[in-house]
Ligand binder design. Sequence first.
Ligand SMILES: [Zn+2]
Length: 486
Amino acid sequence: MKKWKLFILILVAFLLIFIFVTAFPTMTIDSKQPASQKAEININQEEAVKHLSEAITYKTISYQDREKFDYKEFDRFIDFLQHSYPSVHKELDVERINDYALMFRWEGKDQSKKPVGLTSHYDVVPVLQGTEENWEQAPFSGTVIDEKIWGRGTLDDKVGVIGILQALDYLLEEGFKPERDMYFMFGFDEEVGGDLGASAMAETLKERGIQFEFVLDEGGAIVENMVPGVKSPVGVVGISEKGSATAALSIEGSGGHSSQPKSRTNIGRIAGAIAKLEETQFQEDLKGPGEDLFEYVAPEMDFGMKYIFSNKWIFEPIIEKVLLQQPASAALIRTTIAPTIFQAGEQYNALPEQASAVINLRLMPGDSLEDVKNFIEKTIDDEEIKVEVKGSEATKVSSVEGEPFQTVQQAARNVYDEAVIAPYLMFAGSDAKHYDSVSDNTYRFLPVQITSEDLNRMHGTNEHISAENYINAIKFYVEIIKVSNQ
Ligand SMILES: [Zn+2]
């Protein structure tokens, strides 16, 4: 045989082996979605809509300045709940922590089982002054029009509070009794950190020695066209929250006249430091919740994407390059750097003696505040720039193995049978982190369909929800209570 013939033969053999080795995992990759067990749940839509609509009319607004809280509105809201859900208030124990945080306990038959907690919050963010006019329906009107409910809190997060209470009402009517203790915790200051609400409730539960199987809060939702390569809707369940830190960079030194500048001015040095950080960036790595997300969606992708994701051991660098292209997917795989404040100078002909900048960083699970400081100092490589890092690290990463996550998945699939339910990493904060101390797992999922416009409306203008979406949320809460007690 000629040498070149042998060479081609070996090449073909290698190619075949490569195709076999890489195609095999693609062919055999199993779906991680449980079969939907869709059941008939007949929610009284008219009554449910009336309740959410009225809930919106109470101005339970959170302000950074706690003095500004109008507690009369919070009292009125709690009164409204008592009047609207008499059987829930009769059958469940209700406690008020710090007067306004509401904690309901539904006693289960089997006290040896760990309880499950569902949580949401009834405070809302203010409507920015001057933007009221831009609303199609007044923000605290709770207007119902064309099968949609309008107003602040329809998505974030009175839909959670009212959705859970409607579900409880439905289950009580049905004569349902839980196997395990069920807790329903409603915060009143989530939008300003949750210290008096969720945090205090978690503290109380901890003192009583209560440890949850899992706690479910708002967070991810059912989204479409947001996960690359997946055509079906994806329900993303947050299993961890990124940390949030601020790094203050500052330099002090002689200023001087602008007619004889030094070659390196204070402004130039801080600007240079930021430029270096943006240039370098934290190392990207598809791991943890980001990796989990793709493990759950990959089996549902078309062949090409499935091929790539089921052979991550070869393609990971390419996948990471693609994910880095979009800010939202880049944030999934690395700690992000966002310079938000830059201060220096007062006069056009005087070199400032000080310059400073603030950078907001969102930390991946595993990156500590210490790591961040070291990274910044090493990257900017300028000993005269003082670096101070403050903030919080990412929360613990909850498990996707085993029953707790499957319970959330199953309940979601029972309502949204076309959706792929997958874990992911949350970039924003929620009350969920407060429950990390009393729960083995904390999940973050608001069981409604959300578009990118909805995301802007949540803390912006024209927040509203369709009746269908809201009814699905109620059904989800019915399902999760049932599945948790099977
Ligand atoms: Zn919220």
